[in-house]
Design a protein around this ligand. Structure first.
Ligand code: NAD
Ligand code: SER
Length: 316
């Protein structure tokens, strides 16, 4: 039987690109995009349903009605937005996951994908090449919800055999769909403002290193993880995923190789404390060993791709 995939939160930064990639792979009709907001224009070639993930009955109806066999749950409140309203962020991030985990078991959905984040790490975590198994003491509500979420995913795998898979994404850099309120969003804004204004004021300080990844790599990782044979998935929390590690000063230097007059200034705000609590770089050797993961984009190839694509997009 062919799979029918439901993406919840398909209108966001990852959801749009994931929906496009899954549709290209499995067919437009097999991938149902859903979101609480109106459909993204890039998703008009396949089915879309308006869905509030907090409405468990509505989610269940779609799963039953469309005979959904796989769910990608992407709806969440990210780090910076979460710190402005912590209890609301906790409520959405946790209730949505618990409700979808339960629906998957009851409706016999065969696979669930739910992303975690580098936000599960905290100031007591080793900050360079952070290993898979290490100290996890997150200080943001977003990080706490991701860590608790990982444990719930593992619980549902152990107790009910639900095939739930997860990745701790680094900050994701992309141009097709706007980011949704994260601490790593500066590394997208900087390209846009470099092209539009030739300058950028960064909300993080110049030597703040963070783990990052170009969206093409992240989408490929997600699909590779979901397609890997079950016996290869030896970790049911979430896999570390490494990529690139750079600071605002280094991304600015990389942009300057394309736009020589580009200038950057620094005005750190509340997001500095969040960034300071996260690692500089990630050790993803377990993902490499278990399902063959390897990233492709480095800072220079990502800068070229971002500027080339954004130039066309911003001119439209
Ligand atoms: P985003 O904010 O861009 O997208 C989230 C989408 O969920 C939005 O389209 C939003 O409208 C939708 N949504 C919000 N509330 C909803 C609700 N009640 N019902 C249905 N839909 C709702 O986020 P993203 O960057 O695409 O992230 C997706 C997932 O990946 C999240 O779990 C996030 O924590 C995780 N993640 C993202 C990054 C990153 O750098 N983007 C890094 C690590 C982890
Ligand atoms: N990019 C995300 C954020 O900054 C990390 O999960 O919130």
């Amino acid at each position: 039987m062919e799979d029918t995939i439901l993406i919840i939160g398909a209108g966001g930064q990852i959801g749009v690109e994931l929906a496009l990639a899954l549709r290209a792979r499995y067919g437009n009709d097999r991938v149902i995009a859903s979101d609480i907001k109106d459909p993204h224009p890039l998703l008009s070639d396949g089915p879309f349903v308006h869905l509030d993930v907090m409405d468990a009955d509505a989610v269940r109806q779609v799963v039953q009605g469309k005979k959904v066999t796989q769910i990608y749950l992407l709806a969440a409140i990210l780090s910076a937005t979460g710190e402005k309203n912590p209890l609301w962020a906790w409520d959405i991030n946790m209730k949505s996951l618990l409700s979808v985990l339960d629906i998957c078991v009851q409706e016999k959905v065969s696979k669930l994908y739910w992303p975690s984040s580098i936000a599960v790490f905290g100031p007591t975590t080793p900050e360079n090449h952070t290993p898979q198994k290490t100290v996890l003491e997150p200080t943001t509500v977003y990080g706490i919800s991701k860590y608790a979420g990982e444990l719930w995913c593992q619980y549902y795998f152990n107790k009910y055999g639900l095939d739930v898979r997860s990745i701790r994404y680094p900050g994701l850099i992309s141009w097709k769909s706007a980011p949704g309120g994260g601490t790593t969003d500066y590394a997208i804004d900087i390209y846009i403002e470099a092209l539009q204004k030739g300058s950028y004021t960064c909300f993080l300080s110049e030597n703040t290193y963070l783990p990052m990844m170009y969206m093409d790599d992240a989408i490929r990782a997600t699909i590779e993880l979901m397609e890997a044979p079950k016996e290869q998935i030896r970790n049911r929390l979430a896999y570390n995923l490494g990529g690139i590690s750079f600071s605002p000063a280094e991304i600015a230097a990389s942009i300057r190789r394309h736009i020589p007059g580009f200038t950057i200034s620094y005005a750190p705000d509340f997001r500095q404390a969040i960034a300071d609590s996260w690692p500089n770089s990630i050790d993803d050797s377990e993902a490499h060993k278990d399902w063959g993961w390897k990233h492709e984009y480095d800072l220079e190839s990502m800068t070229s791709a971002m500027l080339e694509n954004l130039k066309v997009k911003l001119a439209q």
